[in-house]
Design a protein around this ligand. Structure first.
Ligand code: G3P
Ligand code: MG
Length: 242
């Protein structure tokens, strides 16, 4: 199967491995994906941790809010057993661990860091993530995205050039206007937006469209023809097979 869209593993290869774990990210590298998407939040002690939900309840054997737990407490939790017995022992990674892995030889993956601050406004999240990106020299490989427009505006204030993607759900008519206003350079959207008149307009105006979450590989050619730059999927191997 041929397609021109790049393939990003959504929360890593989350169809086959526990989401947002090193096992899921390593599987993306081994599958030949172009990038990974992950979600970041701040623990009680200020550490940047990779998890989708605001609590550890669904994806670990523990309970509680990320903001109320230290990383020492979080790292004790089993973040794999909920998915499959074979994955027991996986832990919630720090963002820094992913960056250390990303700069190893042979790893050129793009990293879409979603700032998970649409429900909880983590103070200083943008600055902390940007400092880490700079420390690891990953400015050209990281794309910062968020559903929180104010957060992306903050990113742009702190750093003039980092790639930013305004995350939307559905087909909002003002997406491009908001993206322009906050200085975002791409729109991360669902398939319906990419195929809508608003999506076409945004693409013509120069906003790359990165689509989440597509698991049906038969949509691949269609989305590529529609000019979609990136497809985020839980099953990258479906899109990468020839
Ligand atoms: O970043 C794309 C996608 O991950 C946004 O939704 O809920 O999977 O983080 P969610
Ligand atoms: Mg996400």
């Amino acid at each position: 199967m041929k397609n021109n869209a790049k393939i990003f593993a959504h929360r890593g290869v989350s169809g086959h491995y526990p989401e947002n774990t090193m096992a899921a990210f390593q599987a993306a590298l081994e599958a030949g994906a172009d990038g990974i998407e992950l979600d970041v939040q701040i623990a009680k002690d200020g550490k940047l941790v990779i998890i989708h939900d605001e609590t550890v309840d669904r994806t670990t054997n523990g309970t509680g809010c990320i903001k109320d737990l230290t990383y020492d407490e979080i790292m004790q939790l089993d973040a794999g057993g909920w998915f499959a017995a074979a994955n027991a022992g996986e832990t919630i990674p720090e963002l820094e661990t992913v960056f250390q892995w990303a700069i190893r030889d042979g790893n050129g993956l793009m990293i879409n860091v979603e700032l998970k601050n649409d429900r909880i406004e983590y103070q200083g999240l943008e600055e902390k993530v940007i400092e880490l990106i700079q420390r690891y020299g990953l400015e050209d490989r990281v794309i910062l995205s968020s559903f929180n427009a104010e957060s992306l505006k903050r990113v742009r204030e702190v750093h003039p050039a980092l790639q930013t993607g305004y995350l939307i759900t559905g087909v909002p008519e003002d997406a491009m206007r908001v993206a322009k206003k906050i200085g975002a350079d791409s729109i991360h959207c669902e398939e319906a937006f990419a195929l809508s008149e608003y999506g076409r307009e945004a693409r013509r105006a120069g906003f790359p469209l990165r689509v989440y979450t597509v698991n049906d590989e038969t949509r691949s050619d269609f989305l590529a023809k529609a000019g979609v730059e990136v497809i985020m999927t839980d099953f990258p191997e479906r899109f990468l097979k020839n």
